[in-house]
Design a protein around this ligand. Structure first.
Ligand code: HEM
Length: 412
């Protein structure tokens, strides 16, 4: 995908000031861009050139890339002008995605509210507080186990927590847990696209079976609540319940894993930050928010324009697609002082890492509880974590993160 500064025409004439030092045009959908050392300067230069750029993509046709905080927030808040029903992520093509109008991430109000309602109580801060003790204990166990082994992959260490928490949330019967963990592992951690697709193909029938079972014999868990929920007096079709559960599983496993691993890598690389947390100068809660902002692993979202409108000086037509780059919005110097630095004292910290408006991440309290538990456990039980090899980035612009990060842990 090539981003041009001049709107509908490719940039002619003088060199584009947003071009990288090597003179190449900026390719926002190139996963390699997001792990290059010059990324902050590249995005800053592009944003300074214009807040909204027309961008050619291979899979999704031309889109409008939004790079400032205010305009990204404007798009995310306005579900009437900017619809989620044409897709919420790049890479899914130009047609209407499967699940549009049936899955909460791909739905506009008022249908969106109906789909979100049965799940909401399970993610309220109160609901999550109840689970927090289990989450803390689990995080402690995982870190102690890793310490026993000494040398581990940081990604493996953090991956188990969101998977186990997801099994709790779905009330997966004990006997099924190894299967669900294995299938999710393959779906999310599989080394090849085939392995990941295979894992996913097993997850869907499993969820379908659970929905049917709990429709007949409901409990007080999330699957039962969604299976029994009546929207406008009618039960949701089983397929739609499954789609929304899948949305939750996908939303809740990858994101936490990548944010946790990327955040811990940042702490490993900057001992001063680590010290701030261990000597109590910074609070873990504030650190979680700042690391969510700084990592912004959900690099972008996507919306489709429903009526003629203007955004950042560009005329947008119905059907145009708009991409708020969350990473860029969260590094906007107009809103965040020294945006590329990690500052645990940053306040206010109104980052967009968990979205904004109607589609604000339903799992936000849970995500923060999991990240806080992992950071606390690592800080409490280890005196040192050091890299033993080069981190390997995953090359995804959907959930940017690490595939591998070998480390050695020293006990406290
Ligand atoms: C660090 C962790 C997380 C990050 C960075 C993250 C990020 C986001 C973002 C940016 C959105 C808004 C997308 C949009 O506007 O199109 C979102 C929505 C969503 N997230 Fe998360 N998320 C995280 C954790 C979780 C967890 C733990 C769960 C569930 C267990 C979850 C489930 C969802 C769902 C279902 C939606 C769609 C909500 C809707 O459309 O109403 N997420 N997330």
């Amino acid at each position: 995908m090539v981003t041009t500064a001049t709107g509908t025409e490719p940039a002619p004439g003088p060199p584009d000031p947003a071009a990288r030092a090597d003179g190449a045009p900026v390719r926002l959908t190139d996963p390699a861009l997001w792990s290059t050392p010059g990324l902050p300067q590249t995005i800053d230069a592009l944003r300074a050139l214009a807040p909204v750029h027309r961008t050619e993509t291979e899979d999704d046709g031309p889109v409008w890339s939004v790079l400032t905080y205010e305009l990204s927030a404007q798009v995310l808040r306005d579900t009437r002008r900017y619809s989620s029903e044409g897709g919420s992520l790049l890479g899914t093509g130009t047609g209407r995605p499967a699940g549009a109008g049936r899955m909460m991430a791909l739905c506009d109000p008022p249908r969106h509210r109906q789909l979100r309602a049965p799940a909401t109580p399970f993610f309220s801060p109160g609901g999550v507080r109840g689970a927090a003790r289990t989450i803390d204990e689990l995080a402690g166990t995982l870190v102690r186990e890793a310490l026993r082994r000494g040398e581990v992959d940081l990604v493996d260490l953090v991956s188990a927590l969101p998977l186990e928490v997801m099994c709790d949330l779905l009330d997966v019967p004990d006997g099924d847990r190894p299967l669900v963990v294995r299938v999710c592992d393959a779906a999310f951690l599989g080394r090849t696209p085939e392995e990941r697709r295979g894992g996913h193909q097993q997850l869907i029938p499993y969820l379908m079976h659970q929905v049917m079972r709990r429709r007949a014999d409901p409990g007080d868990d999330l699957i039962s609540a969604m299976a029994q929920y009546r929207a406008g007096g009618r039960l949701l079709p089983v397929e739609d319940v499954v789609l929304n559960l899948d949305n939750i599983v996908v939303g809740g496993v990858q994101t936490v894993r990548h944010t946790a691993a990327m955040s811990l890598l940042a702490l490993i690389r900057d001992p001063a930050l680590w010290r701030h947390l261990t000597d109590g100068a910074a609070e873990v809660g504030a650190a979680v928010d700042e690391l969510l902002r700084w990592t912004s692993v959900g690099l972008h979202t996507l919306r489709t324009v429903t009526e003629e409108t203007e955004l950042g000086g560009r005329r947008l037509a119905p059907g145009d697609r708009v991409v708020p780059w969350i990473w860029a919005a969260n590094r906007d110097p107009g809103v965040f002082e020294r945006p590329h630095e990690i500052d645990f004292a940053r306040s206010p910290n109104r980052h967009l890492a968990l979205g904004l408006g109607a589609h604000y991440c339903i799992g936000a309290p849970l995500a923060k509880a999991e990240l806080g538990a992992l950071f606390t456990a690592v800080l409490r039980h280890t005196s040192r974590v050091e890299l033993t090899g080069e981190p390997k980035y995953n090359g995804s612009i959907i959930n940017f993160g690490l595939d591998a990060c070998p480390v050695r842990l020293t006990p406290r």
